[in-house]
Write a protein that binds this ligand. Structure first.
Ligand code: DAH
Length: 340
């Protein structure tokens, strides 16, 4: 029996060298370890061994079986490892190849400027109020001290949606809505789209404004100028000064137009400031007593100021854009230039 086993071991060892893949491994298993395999057959041949030698022979057979199974397992592991290595090699990815770049979007210049303005005034304690784009005539005009047939209505060519319902021509109606809901002290900004039947290089039928309103005891024009100085300096540079010129808006008295010292030429005169050294940036004034009264606020106790900023105008000045139409064409070559 011992000889037989040794011969079988030698044969198996020799066969091992020729097993390189799963099929050959399967044939190897068939030959030695299957039901009809020669290692399995050793147990059957135990019958022919004399009774007294059987225990010793059984031990040898068992040891041979365990060994043969170990050989099989080792071969199987080797083949698995070789197949995995071959697959890894075939499927290798060159991670040094540059990736395809996905374009990243950026904020629209109007959104950038709007966010900047909100940030600047939020730092001074302002809240933000969102008014409706479709507005009634009362809020857009009448309660802002612009009654029907008032000549000031001609300053703003209005789109009507229905009788007495219009696309708001200004964010100033937000002042009325805020004062109806809130009593002083009030400090709000109201940004949004406004609409006028008007179109050229500096006017668009839809544009954006930022309304500001402050109402409290003892508010004066000095407070207005102080806050606006802070605003233009944050927006255009720390050296920039403002100048107030008398103007007219029906909802403010007195009304002013606010100019900034030309940050382009330092006041010497250039095309941006039309050679005057000053650039007009916004309209403002002390809230008209009638407007306060229209909202149930006593003008003998409270006073306030308001301002209206054209967001496109600020963006055009800040970024040197000469045609408002560029803002609304959505040309990526234009928009890509504004990465915050
Ligand atoms: N609503 C004005 C306009 O559209 C701008 C404006 C001027 C707003 C003076 C104000 C203000 O609040 O006080 O032309």
């Amino acid at each position: 029996m011992e000889e037989k086993i040794n011969a079988l071991r030698a044969e198996l060892e020799a066969d091992r060298a020729s097993v390189h893949n799963k099929e050959e491994l399967s044939a190897f298993w068939q030959k030695y370890l299957s039901k009809n395999g020669s290692v399995t057959g050793l147990t059957k041949s135990l019958r022919d061994v004399p009774k007294e030698d059987r225990p010793a022979a059984g031990k040898l057979i068992n040891a041979c079986k365990v060994w043969a199974e170990e050989q099989y397992q080792a071969l199987s592991d080797e083949i698995d490892a070789a197949e995995l290595a071959a697959r890894n090699k075939a499927e290798a990815i060159d991670i040094t190849l540059p990736a395809v770049r996905r374009p990243v979007g950026s904020l629209h210049p109007i959104t950038l400027v709007k966010n900047q303005i909100v940030d600047i005034f939020a730092g001074m304690g302002f809240d933000v109020f969102d008014g409706p784009e479709i507005e009634d005539d009362d809020h857009n005009f009448t309660r802002l001290n612009v009654p029907k047939n008032h000549p000031a209505r001609d300053m703003q060519d209005t789109f009507y949606v229905a009788p007495d319902i219009e696309l708001r021509t200004q964010t100033s109606g937000g002042q009325i809505r805020v004062m109806d809901q809130q009593k002083p002290p009030i400090k709000v900004l109201s940004p949004g789209r406004v609409f006028r039947s008007d179109s050229d290089a500096t006017h668009s039928p839809m544009f954006h404004q930022m309304e500001g309103l402050v109402v409290d005891r003892g508010i004066t024009l000095c407070d207005l100028q102080g806050m606006l100085d802070k605003f233009v300096q944050a927006m255009f540079g720390p050296e920039v000064k403002t100048r107030l010129r008398p103007s007219y808006f029906p909802f403010t008295e007195p009304s002013v137009e606010v100019d900034v010292f030309c940050f382009e030429c330092g006041g010497k005169g250039c095309p941006l400031c039309k050679h005057s050294g000053w650039i007009e940036v916004l309209g403002a004034g002390m809230v008209h007593q009638n407007v306060l009264r229209n909202c149930g606020i006593d003008p003998e106790v409270y006073s306030g100021f308001a301002f209206g900023i054209g967001i496109e105008r600020i963006a055009m000045l800040k970024y040197g854009i000469n045609n408002i139409g560029l803002m609304f064409e959505n040309d990526l070559r234009f928009l890509k230039q504004f990465q915050d």
